[in-house]
Design a protein around this ligand. Sequence first.
Ligand SMILES: NC(=O)c1ccc[n+]([C@@H]2O[C@H](COP(=O)([O-])OP(=O)(O)OC[C@H]3O[C@@H](n4cnc5c(N)ncnc54)[C@H](O)[C@@H]3O)[C@@H](O)[C@H]2O)c1
Ligand SMILES: O=CCC[C@H](NC(=O)CCC(=O)O)C(=O)O
Length: 490
Amino acid sequence: MTQQTHFIAGQWHAGQGHDIESIDPAKKRQIWQAKSASAEQVNQAVSSAREATLAWAAFTFEERLAYVKRFGELLAENKDMLALTIAQETGKPLWETATEVGAMMGKIGISERAYQERTGLVENPMPVGKAFIRHKPHGVVAVFGPYNFPGHLPNGHIVPALLAGNCIVFKPSDLTPLVAEKTVQLWQKAGLPKGVLNLVQGEVETGKALAAHPDLDGLFFTGSSRTGKILHEQYAGHPGKILALEMGGNNPLIVKDVSDIDATVHDIIQSAFVTSGQRCTCARKLFLESSAQGDAILARLIEVTKNIKVGDYDADEQPFMGAMISKNAANAMVTAQQQLLDLGATSLVELTHLDTESGFVSPGIIDVTAMVEQMPDEEHFGPLLKVVRFDDFDRAISLGNNTKFGLSAGLLSDSEDLYQYFYQRIRAGIVNWNRPITGASGAAPFGGVGESGNHRASAYYAADYCAYPVASVELEKVTLPGSLNPGLNF
Ligand SMILES: NC(=O)c1ccc[n+]([C@@H]2O[C@H](COP(=O)([O-])OP(=O)(O)OC[C@H]3O[C@@H](n4cnc5c(N)ncnc54)[C@H](O)[C@@H]3O)[C@@H](O)[C@H]2O)c1
Ligand SMILES: O=CCC[C@H](NC(=O)CCC(=O)O)C(=O)O
C-alpha cells in the first residue's frame, strides 16, 4: 500500500503525485517513500484549513494552549523516537538531535509568553468608553520548513501560529518528510480539531502549488534566500497577505586581542562546523589579524579541526559532526571549495567527501585573503570556513559587512571598547561578543537584515507575524456625547 503521508482534514491520505523518497545520508539507505501531493490535494488541504478557521479562532487562548501543551507532553514522551528520526533523515548526531527536540518542547513556553507579551490584550480607559488593543489570527497560513532543523524550525512557526488562532498547511522540506510525518502524528494524537493543521509532502512543484494558492492569508518560510526571493516576488502585489521569510546568511566572525587561544578556537569551531556547517547562523568568514597571535590561533584551529570526529549519528562514541543532508550537498561543498581555489584561495585543511555515496565530509579551512575582493557572496551551506587575514580592524568590519545577507556576526576579543566599536558598525540581526554565533536563543527575536529576511523576525517575535492588531473603542450602549460639536442641534 502506498504510504499515507498527507494529512488533510484530519485524515491521512496517499499522494496522487509522483514517487518521492527519503534517504538516510549516513547509512545510504531509503527510509521512507511515498507519492507527492497533487495540486488538487494541496487545494483540499487549503480548503480544509479554511473550513476550520472560524471554530479554531473562536476558541479561547487557554483552549488552544491546552492542545499545544498536550503536544508538548507527547513530544516529551516521544523524544527519543523523534531524535532518532531526525538523526536518520538528516545525518545529525543523536546528541544534537536530542537538543533539537528539546528546543521544540521549549518553544511552547516561549510562544505562550510571547503571545501574551507581544499580542496580548491591552485595555485603556477613555473619557467615554474604553479602548482595546486585541489581536486576531490571519486565517489560513502555509508553513515551509528547511531540512537542517526539520523539527525545530517548522515548529517555530506552527506553535505560535496555532496559539494565535490560525489554521495551517505545512509543507516540509522534501529531504525530511519522515520527521514531518511523525511530528504531525503527534499533533493528531494531541487531538487537534480536523483541518487545523494539514500536511502536504512533495518537492518544488508541491511548494509552488501551495505558495501560489489564492486562498492563503499568509506564508511563513524558513529556507534558502534563493527560494525566499522567489516567494517574495510571487507575493509582490499582494499587500493583504503576510509573508515571513527566514533565510540564509554569509556570516562574519572577527577575532582580535584575545588571551585564551583554546577558548577562541572552540568558539570558532562551534560557530563554523556545528551541524556540519548546515546552520543559517554558521560563521562562513573568519577574520584573523596578520599578527603572531593570529598565526597562533590559526595553527591551533587547523590542529583541532583536523581532529574533529566525523561519524555515524548513532555511534557509541558520538561524533561532533554527522553526515551532511545528502551526497549532493556534500558534492556541492567540494565544488564550492574547488571554485574558491580556482579563484586564487589556498587550502589550509581540505574539505573531503569521505565516502562519495554518503553525506560525510570532513571540515575544511581555506585562506581567501588573496582573492577576498573577488570572492562570490554566496552562502556555502556546509563545513568550509574561509579565513581572511587583516591588518586593519575597520577593513575586517567592512569586509564582514560586504555581503547582501545580514544574519549573524560576532567578535571574539577581550576588549569591550572594541566590541562597542564593532557593534555600532556591523550589520546583522544577531551580533555576539565572545560567544559562538550559532545557537541563538528562542527567547529572543531571530532574524536578519538584507537578504537574510524580510524584517519579520521569528522565535520570540514570531507572535508578531502570526496575528494582526485590532484597535477598538467600545461603549456598552449608544450614548449622546456630553458636549456636541459646533453646528449640531439635538
Ligand atoms: N534564517 C533562518 O531562520 C534559517 C534557518 C534554517 C535554515 N535557513 C536557510 O535554509 C537553507 C537550507 O534549507 P533548504 O535547502 O531546505 O531551503 P530551500 O529553500 O531549498 O527549501 C525550503 C522549503 O521551500 C520549498 N521550496 C523550494 N523551492 C520552492 C519554490 N520555488 N516554491 C515554493 N517552495 C519551494 C522546499 O521544498 C522546502 O520546503 C539555507 O540557506 C539556510 O541558511 C535559514
Ligand atoms: O539554521 C538556522 C537556525 C539556527 C539556530 N537558530 C535558532 O534555533 C533560532 C531560535 C529559534 O528559532 O527558536 C542557531 O542559531 O543555531
